[in-house]
Design a protein around this ligand. Sequence first.
Ligand SMILES: Cc1cc2nc3c(=O)[nH]c(=O)nc-3n(C[C@H](O)[C@H](O)[C@H](O)COP(=O)(O)O)c2cc1C
Length: 479
Amino acid sequence: MASLTVRKLDDAVKARLRARAAVSGRSVEEEIRVILREATVIPPPTAFDDPASRNAASLRDKGFFNVSSRLTKVTVIVGGGIAAYKALDLIRRLRERGFFVRCVMTNAAQQFVTPLSAGSLSNERCYTDLFDASSEFDAGHIRLARDCDLIVVAPATADLMAKMANGLANDLASAILLASDRPVLLAPAMNPLMWNNPATRRNVARLARDGVAMIGPDAGEMAEAGEAGVGRMAEPVAIAAAAARMLGPPQTQAQPLKGRRVLITAGPTREAIDPVRYIANRSSGKQGFAIAAAAQAAGAEVTLISGPVDLDDPPGVTVAHVESARQMLAAVEAALPSDIAIFTAAVADWRVAHAGAQKLKKTEAGVPPLQLIENPDILATISNLRDERPPLVIGFAAETEHLIGNAKAKFARKGCDWMIANDVSPGTGVMGGDRNTVHLLTRGEDGEIRTESFPVMTKEEVAAMLIERIISALPGPAA
Ligand SMILES: Cc1cc2nc3c(=O)[nH]c(=O)nc-3n(C[C@H](O)[C@H](O)[C@H](O)COP(=O)(O)O)c2cc1C
């Protein structure tokens, strides 16, 4: 058997290789063999060969899900509206979740974005023509309509919805929608006057009766200067989450965390000043929710304790919603025992000593004094439990300055096993954003703190990396 040595490999590539190997339940070396085997197979020259074998390698390189078996396929139909540019992000979001994505564009959509962009992002040809000789020799539009698990129309224009509601099929997109027996998710986007037009209202009602699912539109500023109202397309992340809910999690083969209990905290806490006011922070909960989804996909039994966030509960995860730090600690304690505890929540360090039973009123006495007292330290409390301490406790250190120094000090203080340091200073956009740059702090056998730094990644990629590390660190059967 031949051997191959690869030098000068990008750190990010190596991290992704390890993540996808862990999720596939293979060694890194075996994963690389599989990739090379697949990459060197010459696909048969058919117009519609099996996308699973052609694209498995590129899809898996994110490392979230094992996609070597049956791929979950999503057809994205892009309509001709300003929001078409967001459809490009939607393709990425769906692929990040492990779905195979095939794109179709209307003629009008091509005035806003190009099939080349959609094709590059989906790693698959973007279809545009109903009368396309290269795909119609075997009824291509029927194949496009049926060879998928879900059709997402984003943006769904007023025009496309009118065609759907009335059964028109005079272009590729509408022909696919008419010829399909798959579930359809529409993400409408249009000017508020178009959305509120009685014709659109009738079409929307008819489509709902026909069993078509819809997400959005949201309220907000429109592309047209000075216009606002209901009509903005839902955000790509929300559309991808809705698609995932309709489809269920992508097929996974390996369940390396099967039988493990994983406890995760996420989001901010709210500390009451009085019944209407509170102290909070900017945590979005996205990182903790991504970790919960990744742990669930790896087969773990996941309990997520979340502060107030604007996110949908991840499918298959037990979620407890709390407000304050004290409620969060109580929920964490109630969720024990656990094999792994990951504390991503941005828990308020302090709360108001005497929160008002009624709304505080402005009085002539001036500004009310707010005395702060310390909240329970959830990470330290759980790290120092005598009974029921999870075998692996992981803390997150969100810092705005002296990142590694502060994180090391926190690591030494808290008694947890690993610490993830992340820079949340305003310029990074980490708080509330979709990306994160993290450093993993662990202890070597000599007790020295080791720091491993990662490149900027999506929060889903950070989650996959962390789950991969956990899998490697937890040999042996579940507790
Ligand atoms: C600049 C511009 C922006 C448009 N934005 C939208 C939109 O957001 N939503 C919509 O329903 N139609 C919008 N339209 C109108 C559609 O492009 C038009 O109805 C087209 O026929 C839709 O074709 P399709 O449904 O096949 O994609 C826009 C048109 C222009 C010129």
